[in-house]
Design a protein. Structure first.
Lengths: 569, 162
């Protein structure tokens, strides 16, 4: 039987086991929405803005091991989706985004709601396709899912012109997919892995630095085994939080611009560094020349060869899937008769513990007068037993959530690390909550970020998503204000927001529960009440200290050991 | 340093823009770029001449390899290779100068493709240095227009890009 291109598109999603499509209808996707209407296997979530559709699909993917799917119309539908696509691209999140396009005969004529979708998204997708023949739809979508998930994951766009989705052909879903020019690696090179094992066994000051690749590869168990087997310190990047349990004594905290003193000093002064699924980005190691001043051997495990030796010189590159490489590395280490030098290792730990004391860990001065943002996060951790799914937006609140919510499991910390997209948190939480209906999902945000996609409170109402929104409202674009205080002579150029809405009334207007919390003593009771409302979305507007800064801080362009601790100010 | 990067890619719509876009997005420079389908019409072969430190060239080849449409990449300048470029030069050819230009063209093993009362159009093939040498020998004053294809390259002997 012949099906339309639109019906084929939906059948493909069914074949891929897609539960939810996040989207927004429009002219160019009407055929596809009609096909969606006439089936009930794939559920559609109607967002209020296409950016949110992609973020929701992204949150869904990050909190599971599934590919997120979004569906948008041509022109503005697609351009609105671009921020979401770029967010996923920078953090290597597997997505398939299907966009409508004007009919093939109108392409290039500046038709109504026409943009060059393939051209606009080219630099921020893993790959993209414009389908020009209805016979190609099934194979293209099959390829899109395969590309999104395999190798280094990423978003893939499939642009389908309206006439193509309306035409008919036989539906055959390919069983397998082969792309001649695409052969992602799996196992790492065994000789290199043996070399890495040898370096690690001979190391005097070893350090493990693990990033988002560990989470994406579902290799937390392997990472944990490796760290414990070797008895070495482990730090996680912002993207890697939860990849190694934060409550473990061998964990030295997050590293980077707002990382712990011990993690950053450990990075700087170790003699063998193992980077696992991480990419030495500028927010992580700061100044490259400064980092290179101290000699150390670097072992770098990554699925993407272009991540290796991009910013720092690497001694032992291992290209492969993190999980498979770690399995093999563990095997080599377990079979080796040689053991790490216990005396050297204990001296190294002594040094790290001294740094721990000096850094003071996650320390801030609490107040009984004004709500400290860190205290809100600590309370959140306490009431959710460190076990909730936490999404965040971007700014100071993101860093405090990363620092103070101790993540013990992967895929619980959902944030836009690479692109740093304000407006990510709430829609991402929708995707997470749909994937994990019974679980606690909290969105840590600020009054700046939340307003970038606040319209999604409406979507949350429609789909009964009982997300808990914790807005750390300091009346400033806090991270901007912090940089202006430090680096621009206290000139708070356009970082103060006057005329903020009444968030309680706003939440209520959307049909939710709103709370305003002004006093530190009310933080815990309010949060208890909010979390007790299992079926409600509760918007908590915490009026926090407007002058609080994020510490420690490695200023931009500085080296890891040039960190500013709170007391230095 | 100057490098000649050769790549084989799937002959899909937009493949060229993916390569060109990669270079501009990541701030790599392109001195020249040539592309055409191979004997297998599903594939195109591209030669890119670029400049950069070893680290930059390493990144360029890795990033090119990452493109889904790219089948294989080779830095030709890493080994023995042949580089050729085609140039068409239209020169003012008048009076006694016509003989001199003919002689120069012969010396450089070029061919005169078109003759008018006042012009010659000369075809010349060779490595970049030879073409540059020819332009210098004629002198900029006589040149009316120059069209160069940019380098095409291939490895010597068993160096094959498949």
């Amino acid at each position: 039987m012949e099906l339309t291109g639109a019906e084929i598109t939906i059948r493909c999603l069914q074949e891929e086991g897609v539960e939810y499509v996040f989207g927004y209808p429009g002219g160019a996707v009407l055929h596809i929405y009609d096909a969606l209407f006439q089936q009930d296997k794939v559920k559609h979530v109607l967002v209020r803005h296409e950016q949110a559709a992609v973020h929701a699909a992204d949150g869904y993917a990050r909190s599971s091991d599934k590919v997120g799917v979004a569906l948008v119309t041509s022109g503005p539908g697609l351009t609105n989706a671009v921020t979401g696509i770029a967010t996923a691209y920078l953090d290597s999140i597997p997505l398939v985004v299907i966009s409508g396009q004007v009919p093939t005969f109108a392409i290039g004529e500046d038709a109504f709601q026409e943009v060059d979708a393939v051209g606009i998204t080219r630099p921020c997708v893993k790959h993209n396709y414009l389908v020009k023949d209805v016979k190609d739809i099934a194979a293209t979508i099959k390829k899109a899912f395969y590309l999104a998930k395999s190798g280094r994951p990423g978003p893939v766009l499939v642009d389908i012109p309206k006439d193509i989705s309306g035409q008919k052909t036989e539906f055959i879903y390919p069983e397998s997919v082969k792309i001649r020019s695409y052969n992602p690696v799996g196992k790492g090179d065994s000789a290199q892995i043996r070399l890495a094992a040898q370096l690690l066994l001979e190391a005097r000051r070893p350090m493990i630095y693990a990033g988002g690749g560990v989470v994406l590869s579902d290799a937390s168990a392997q990472l944990t085994d490796l760290v414990r087997l070797l008895g070495v310190p482990c730090t996680n990047t912002l993207m890697g939080l939860g990849g190694y349990p934060a409550n473990d004594t061998q964990y030295v905290g997050m590293l980077g611009m707002h990382g712990t003193y011990e993690a950053n000093m450990g990075m700087q002064y170790c003699d063998v560094l193992v980077a696992i699924g991480a990419r030495f980005d500028d927010r992580v190691i700061g100044n490259v020349e400064h980092f290179a001043q101290v000699p150390r051997k670097i072992i770098h495990i990554d699925i993407d060869p272009s991540s290796i030796a991009k910013r720092v010189k690497v001694d032992v590159p291992i290209v492969g899937d993190v999980k498979l490489v770690l399995d093999e590395l563990l095997d080599v280490l377990r079979k080796s008769r040689q053991k790490p030098d216990a005396t050297e290792l204990s001296a190294w730990w002594k040094q790290i513990d001294e740094w721990r004391v000096k850094g003071g860990g996650a320390r801030y001065k609490n107040s009984s007068e004004v709500i400290k943002p860190q205290f809100v996060i600590e309370t959140l951790h306490k009431l959710t037993f460190g076990d909730a799914f936490i999404t965040s937006d971007v700014g100071q609140h993101q860093m405090w959530a990363a620092q103070y919510y101790q993540f013990n499991h992967p895929r619980r910390w959902i944030n836009s690390g690479g692109l740093g997209t304000m407006g990510f948190g709430l829609p991402a939480a929708m995707g997470v909550q749909l994937k994990h209906p019974g679980e606690t999902v909290a969105c840590v945000t600020g009054e700046g970020s939340i307003q970038m996609n606040i319209q999604e409170l409406s979507t949350c109402k429609q789909y009964h998503l009982p997300i808990k929104v914790l807005s750390l409202n300091n009346r400033y674009l806090g991270m901007v204000r912090q940089w202006q205080q430090f680096f621009h002579g206290n000139r708070y150029s356009e970082s103060y927001m006057d005329a903020l809405p009444d968030f309680v009334k706003l939440a209520e207007a959307y049909g939710h529960v709103g709370m305003r919390i002004d006093n530190p003593a009310d933080v815990e009771p309010a949060m208890r009440e909010a979390f007790a409302r299992k079926d409600d979305l509760v918007f908590m507007d915490f009026r926090t200290d407007s002058t609080e800064n994020v510490f420690p801080m490695v200023p931009g362009g500085k080296g890891l050991s040039e960190v500013v601790l709170a007391e230095d100010l | 340093m100057r490098h000649i990067i050769s790549l084989l890619m799937v002959n899909e719509a937009g493949a060229l823009s993916r390569v060109a876009g990669l270079f501009s997005a990541r701030g790599y420079n392109i001195e020249s770029l040539t592309v055409a389908p191979t004997e297998d019409l599903t594939q195109s072969r591209m030669t890119i001449v670029t400049h950069g430190s070893d680290a930059v060239i390493e990144q360029i080849t890795k990033q090119l390899n990452k493109l889904i449409d790219v089948i294989a990449v080779m830095d030709l300048s890493e080994g023995e290779h042949i580089e050729r470029e085609l140039m068409l030069v239209k020169v003012r050819a008048e009076g006694n100068g016509r003989d001199e230009l003919k002689r120069l063209t012969d010396i450089f093993r070029g061919r005169i493709l078109d003759v008018s009362d006042h012009t010659y159009t000369i075809e010349l093939t060779g490595a970049r240095g030879k073409l540059d040498g020819f332009i210098e020998a004629i002198g900029h004053d006589l040149i009316l227009e120059t069209v160069r294809t940019g380098a095409s390259g291939v490895g010597r002997g068993n160096r094959i890009l498949k």
